[in-house]
Design a binder for this molecule. Structure first.
Ligand SMILES: O=C(O)CCC(=O)C(=O)O
Ligand SMILES: [Fe+2]
Length: 381
């Protein structure tokens, strides 16, 4: 069964002469992005990957590694330079993404995430599936929808690619970006491991060689009253690390830090953003926390291209033994990566963190905070 509103693309709605967003998109007053204080622009850490060499023998490399650790511990995100991808290549991806979303509706519908009778025994019913072009899954009439459309594709392992959802104009670029972005991911993961005093392969071994990687191209249309909606509601990412290529003209990403929403500024051309996800939070036993983030809409269109790195589905997610001790008991239960991944969309539709939705925390009473920014004492996000 597909929710009747599932087929409504926000882009095409926004193209009409709207005075305000329809009620399906309007957040209750206390959740609106303007509720509470005005967002302040964050000055986020930047890591130069050229300095994070394997040998880590130089002072500069040591310093950069220390910076990486503190960025992950205090922010859970950082910008990266020196990743080896030319600015022109990243620009090409952004342009191709813009061009894709600017295609006429019928041209994009070929990749729709609402498919006819794709589920066995479903007869002529339509069904929703995660991959493809459309909006995120709607589960209930009450669910407030985000002001965005997206194209969501599994890019790794290669054998799992569903090429029927790959627009030809993005295909080659995405293939190359997949390879280059994985290289960035693995170098960062190795640096993070060494930084905790482990060997380079420490986290890599836990997630396996055949990581599940998903690409999400998101289009945030101009919104007539952006303060009423979310571009993308508050969440943490289902990933070990997420690599984001952000719009180089329009900002909108915000991070929740110490109870306040901070604007992530438009990055310098050629920079990427990295965000720690739920899986590194679990594997590091909370040494690194996945930051809650959201996107606010604006009166201008915005795009992003985001890569999510997830462990092989049969791997077990658990706090690494080396990071568990008397002083730091295990904060998370063991959970198979596949089970965790299967819960993600249910949690997202319900507006909850997957870690909370699936009750992965050992002490559920030890609440750290909720996605709408309300806190219990002594919490940190
Ligand atoms: O578009 C953005 O800036 C961020 C998107 C995001 O957080 C996500 O896709 O998980
Ligand atoms: Fe995200």
């Amino acid at each position: 069964m597909v929710h009747p509103a599932q087929a409504q693309k926000v882009q095409h709605l926004a193209a009409g002469d709207l005075a305000m967003p329809p009620s399906r998109y309007v957040q209750s007053e206390n959740k609106r992005p303007t509720a509470g204080s005005m967002a302040v622009t964050a000055i986020i850490p930047t890591i130069d990957m050229n300095l994070l060499t394997d040998a880590a023998a130089t002072t500069a490399a040591d310093e950069e590694a220390t910076k990486l650790r503190s960025a992950l511990q205090s922010w859970g995100l950082f910008a990266v330079t020196g990743h080896g991808m030319p600015e022109s290549f990243l620009d090409e991806i952004l342009s191709a993404t813009r061009n894709f979303f600017h295609l006429p509706p019928a041209a994009k519908e070929k990749y729709s995430n609402v498919v006819a009778g794709a589920v066995a025994g479903n007869g002529n019913e339509k069904s929703f599936q995660a991959e493809g072009y459309g909006i995120d899954r709607i589960d209930t009439d009450e669910q407030i929808l985000d002001w965005c459309d997206r194209l969501y594709l599994q890019v790794q392992p290669e054998s799992n690619r569903q090429l029927k959802f790959w627009p030809p104009e993005l295909h080659e670029l995405l293939e190359e970006y997949t390879l280059r972005s994985e290289h960035v991911f693995r170098r960062l993961l190795a640096a993070v491991a060494r930084n905790l005093g482990f060997n380079s392969e420490f986290f890599a071994d836990k997630i396996g060689d055949n990581v599940s990687t998903y690409a999400r191209f998101t289009y945030y249309p101009p919104c007539p009253q952006p303060e009423l909606v979310y571009g993308l509601k508050p969440h943490t990412d289902n990933s070990v690390l997420t690599i984001l290529l952000l719009d180089n003209r329009v900002g909108g990403l915000q991070i929740l830090r110490d109870g306040r929403w901070l604007d992530i500024p438009v990055l310098t051309d050629g920079e990427l953003l990295v965000i720690a996800g739920d899986e590194i939070e679990i594997m590091s036993n909370g040494v690194f926390m996945a930051p809650v983030h959201r996107v606010v809409a604006s009166d201008r269109e915005r795009i992003s291209v985001v890569m999510f790195y997830q462990p092989e589905p049969e791997k077990v997610l658990a706090p690494s033994e080396e990071l568990v001790g008397k002083e730091r008991p295990a904060m998370y239960k063991r959970i198979e990566a596949k089970v965790f991944g299967d819960g993600v969309w249910d949690a997202f539709a319900a507006g909850e963190r997957t870690i909370d939705f699936l009750k992965v925390k050992v002490e559920q009473q030890e609440e750290r905070g909720t996605l709408d920014g309300s806190y219990s004492v002594g919490t940190r996000y």
